[in-house]
Design a protein around this ligand. Structure first.
Ligand code: NAD
Length: 236
């Protein structure tokens, strides 16, 4: 196998499942008993902002109460030790909106679908770290208007930092997908982009994802076990 220097890791809801945060499509297209169209689209927000704020306020409270698990911690260790040994880069891209990677110590982290711990003002475009609720229509600390929304990329909106992600994909020797169903684009297409540049592609998931056939290797099991074992292998 060619020498691996640059690693791009994509994570999804499955990596946080063992921290007690429910995944999304794994059940029947519902997210915490809500239809995606109602709570994860701009149209749903326009129709019923109270429902949407209540939904994300509950997700934020849940995420803040959860703790990083062995998989989050192992990825933070990989990034740290890979850098210390000057072996190359580790770029971590997450579709998750919880902050468990950050609290586990990951630094080179891209939240492509936004973050629960951030609020975005629709009036002045400012973003603020946000631990409280939004349902009570708090004033934007920058402009004073009550126009804050969850800083979450909804279906139909453009994911964040895509240029940076594709630049890292072009440089990647290894692409690793963890705990994601491969149903949500554009993230579901990263494996093909990685293959095009000749990167090795590894999938770690509880079950085969929709794009499983694009990976060179699939390991099935719980992220809390598979990820630390893979990190050990990389560093060993
Ligand atoms: P998904 O829910 O569609 O798929 C999760 C995948 O993880 C499934 O394939 C499932 O088999 C696997 N999985 C479940 N438990 C696992 C475990 N213990 N170890 C390893 N794999 C496990 O998730 P997705 O692909 O990330 O897409 C969901 C979308 O919903 C994302 O865009 C995300 O923003 C949002 N979401 C985020 C969170 C979060 O932030 N934690 C939670 C739910 C949904």
């Amino acid at each position: 196998m060619a020498q691996i220097r640059n690693i791009l890791i994509l994570t999804g809801a499955g990596i946080s499942a063992e921290s007690g945060i429910r995944t999304f499509r794994a059940s029947d297209g519902l997210w915490e008993d809500h239809r995606i169209e109602d709570v994860a689209t701009p149209e749903g927000f326009a129709r019923d902002p109270v429902l949407v704020h209540r939904f994300y306020d509950a997700r934020r409270t849940g995420a803040l109460a959860a703790q990083p698990n062995a998989a989050h911690l192992a990825l933070a260790r990989l990034e740290r030790e890979w850098a210390q040994a000057a072996r190359g880069s580790v770029t971590l891209v997450t579709q998750n909106v919880d902050d468990l990677h950050g609290r586990a110590g990951s630094k080179g982290l891209i939240h492509m679908h936004g973050e629960l711990a951030s609020a975005w003002c629709a009036a002045c475009d400012a973003r603020h770290r946000w631990m409280g609720t939004l349902i009570d229509a708090p004033a934007c600390p920058a402009c004073g208007k009550a126009a804050l929304r969850p800083d979450i990329v909804w279906f139909g909106e453009m994911p964040y930092r895509m240029e940076e992600i594709y630049a890292a994909l072009r440089e990647a020797d290894l692409f690793v997908s963890i705990g994601t169903s491969g149903a949500v684009y554009p993230a579901a297409g990263f494996v093909r982009a990685a293959r095009e540049v000749g990167a090795r592609c590894l999938e770690l998931n509880l079950e085969r994802s929709e794009g499983s056939r694009w990976f060179h290797e699939t390991r099935l099991g719980m992220a809390g076990q598979l990820v630390p074992a893979w990190v050990e292998e990389m560093l060993g």
